[in-house]
Design a protein around this ligand. Structure first.
Ligand code: JFZ
Length: 495
C-alpha cells in the first residue's frame, strides 16, 4: 500500500514537472520591432560612468520663473512650471512673458561651483519645458532666449560652466510643446495628421540642433512623451532615437522617450525596460531591489512636495530638509540607483536660500561620507532597520540613519558560506568629521554574536563622539579574505 502511494506521488511529481516545463516553453515572447533592443544593463564605458554618479542636480528654469506660481495676486497651487495651463493665467500674458525675461543675476559659473560643492556629479537642465520656450537660440522657432532682453544662450553657458567643473550635463527636453502650431496630444483629422508631421520634423530638428551645438552633452532626459499622438509614432520615435545615438555614440536616454509597438511605455509588452535606465521613480523610491528589476534607474526629487520650477510660496507643503534628502540618497544608492535633487531658480537667476542651504549641508555631509555614495553598488547585506548599506569591492558602507536608542548598531551578517572564498571583517571604522575612528574587533566596542537560530551579527557599540551625531553617520567595514583552514583562528562570523 505504502509503495503504491509513493509510486503515485512520483507519477504526480513527474506530470507536474512536465507541465511546468511545457508552460515555460509556451510562454512565448511577443514579437516586437520597437520594444527593448537589449536585455539587461548596458555594459559600455559611458553607462558604467553613469552608474558611479550617485548624486545629480536637476534645474527647472524657464519663463515660468517670472510669475513664480502667482498671477494677479492669486496663488497657483499646482507645480509652478505648469502655470500656463491654469484658468487664472491668461495664455496671452504667459506667451508674452519672454519679452521680460532678463535674468541679470544669472551666473552659470556660480551655479556650477555650488553644484560641485554639493557633490553633484551630473546636471539635468530644462532646455525646453511644456510651454515650448527654448533656453537656447534655436533656429527652428522664434520663441527662444535670443528674442528676450537677455539674448544670450543659457544652455551654452551652463554646459560650459558645469563641464569645466567636471560635472556631466544631460539635457531635459519636453516633447509636449504648447507653443508649436503642429503640436497635438491626439491626431484625429487629416489636418491634424499633416500638422503633426511638421511637428515631428521640428522636434527632430531641435534635438539634432542640441546635440550639434553642445557636443559635451552625455544624454537626453525626455519628458512630456505620454500623449497618444506621440505613442502612436513608436516606429518613427525609435528610428529617431537610433539617429540621435549615431550622432553621439554613448548617448544616454531614459525610459521616458518612446513607447513600444503596442503602446506600452517604460517597459515593453514583454516586461523589458525600454532604453537605458528606468525613469519611473519620480519623487518616489523603490522599496527593494526586486522592484528595481535588475535595471539601472534614477530618482528625481523635488524639495517641496511637487514644485519643480520656481514658486514664490513654499508655505503650503512640507519642505524636505537636507537630512530627508540624505536618507533618500542613501536608500537610492543601496538599491543601485542615482539620486537627483531639483532646484528652481527665480526669474532673475538667483537660487533661493533654502536650496543653497541644502546644497551646502549635503556637500558637507558628502565631504565626509562620500565613499558610501559614489561609485558603489548595493551590498551583500540584507536591509537593516538602522539604515542602508552600499559596497565597493571589499568595503561595505553602513549609513546609519536611525541611530538606535541603546547606541548599539547590530549588523546582521549573511549566512555563513561553506564553499568558495571566505571573508571576515578585517577593519571597521567610523567616517567622522576629523579622522576616521577605528573600531576594535574581538571584545568591546565590537563583538560578534550568534543567536539561537544560527544568525550571525556584528555588534558595534557607539562611542561618545558618535552618540552625539545629530545626522546620519557612516561605518566602513573592510572585508578580509581568509583561507578556510584558518577559520578557527577567527572567532568571527564569516561572510
Ligand atoms: C513632468 C513634468 O510635467 C513636470 O513639470 C516636471 O518637469 C517633471 C520632472 O516631469 O511631470 C511628471 C512626469 C511623469 C510623472 C510625474 C510627473 N510620472 O511618471 O509619474
Amino acid at each position: 500500500m505504502k509503495r503504491k502511494i509513493s509510486l503515485l506521488l512520483l507519477l504526480f511529481a513527474f506530470i507536474f514537472t512536465i507541465q511546468n516545463f511545457a508552460q515555460s516553453v509556451n510562454k512565448e515572447r511577443i514579437p516586437l520591432e520597437h520594444g527593448a533592443h537589449r536585455l539587461g544593463k548596458r555594459t559600455d564605458a559611458a553607462m558604467q560612468h553613469w552608474r558611479k554618479y550617485g548624486l545629480g542636480q536637476f534645474i527647472h528654469w524657464g519663463v515660468y520663473a517670472i510669475p513664480g506660481g502667482q498671477w494677479d495676486g492669486k496663488n497657483y497651487m499646482g507645480a509652478a512650471e505648469w502655470i500656463r495651463s491654469w484658468s487664472g493665467m491668461p495664455k496671452q500674458d504667459y506667451d508674452n512673458l519672454y519679452k521680460q525675461f532678463n535674468p541679470v543675476d544669472f551666473d552659470a559659473v556660480k551655479w556650477a561651483k555650488q553644484a560641485k560643492q554639493m557633490g553633484a556629479k551630473y546636471l539635468i537642465f530644462t532646455t525646453k519645458h511644456h510651454d515650448g520656450f527654448c533656453m537656447w537660440p534655436s533656429n527652428y522657432t522664434d520663441y527662444t532666449v535670443a528674442n528676450t532682453p537677455y539674448k544670450k544662450d543659457i544652455v551654452k553657458a551652463l554646459v560650459d560652466a558645469y563641464t569645466a567643473e567636471g560635472i556631466d550635463v544631460y539635457l531635459y527636453f519636453s516633447i509636449i510643446d504648447w507653443n508649436q502650431p503642429g503640436y497635438r496630444s491626439v491626431v484625429k483629422t487629416e489636418t491634424d495628421k499633416a500638422e503633426y508631421e511638421q511637428f515631428k520634423q521640428f522636434t527632430r530638428n531641435q534635438l539634432i540642433e542640441l546635440l550639434t551645438n553642445y557636443p559635451q552633452v552625455k544624454g537626453l532626459w525626455f519628458d512630456g512623451s505620454w500623449d497618444k499622438a506621440w505613442i502612436e509614432q513608436a516606429a518613427w520615435v525609435d528610428a529617431l532615437g537610433e539617429e540621435l545615438r549615431s550622432i553621439r555614440p554613448g548617448l544616454i536616454i531614459g525610459s521616458r522617450f518612446r513607447a513600444d509597438d503596442t503602446g506600452k511605455r517604460h517597459v515593453d509588452a514583454n516586461g523589458d525596460l525600454i532604453d537605458d535606465y528606468d525613469q519611473r521613480f519620480e519623487r518616489n523610491l523603490p522599496a527593494n531591489l526586486k522592484e528595481v528589476g535588475g535595471n539601472d534607474w534614477e530618482c528625481v526629487m523635488t524639495i517641496p512636495e511637487n514644485q519643480w520650477g520656481y514658486h514664490r510660496d513654499w508655505s503650503w507643503s512640507y519642505v524636505k530638509t537636507s537630512d530627508d534628502l540624505i536618507e533618500m540618497m542613501a536608500k537610492t544608492r543601496s538599491l543601485d540607483g542615482n539620486f537627483v535633487i531639483n532646484f528652481g531658480p527665480d526669474g532673475k537667476g538667483n537660487i533661493r536660500k533654502e536650496e543653497s542651504d541644502i546644497a551646502k549641508s549635503i556637500g558637507k555631509w558628502l565631504s565626509i561620507n562620500g565613499n558610501a555614495v559614489y561609485d558603489v553598488q548595493h551590498s551583500l547585506l540584507e536591509k537593516q532597520d538602522w539604515g542602508y548599506s552600499t559596497q565597493k569591492d571589499h568595503k561595505i558602507y553602513l549609513t546609519v540613519f536611525n541611530k538606535p536608542a541603546n547606541n548599539l548598531v547590530r549588523v546582521k551578517l549573511p549566512k555563513s558560506k561553506t564553499e568558495g572564498m571566505i571573508y571576515v571583517i578585517g577593519k571597521a571604522q567610523f567616517l567622522l568629521n576629523q579622522q576616521p575612528a577605528r573600531i576594535k574587533g574581538n571584545g568591546k566596542p565590537a563583538t560578534y554574536f550568534r543567536d539561537k537560530f544560527g544568525n550571525s551579527y556584528y555588534d558595534i557599540i557607539l562611542p561618545k563622539a558618535v552618540q552625539k551625531c545629530t545626522q546620519a553617520f557612516v561605518i566602513e567595514l573592510e572585508l578580509k579574505e581568509i583561507d578556510k583552514k584558518d577559520l578557527d583562528n577567527y572567532q568571527q562570523a564569516i561572510i
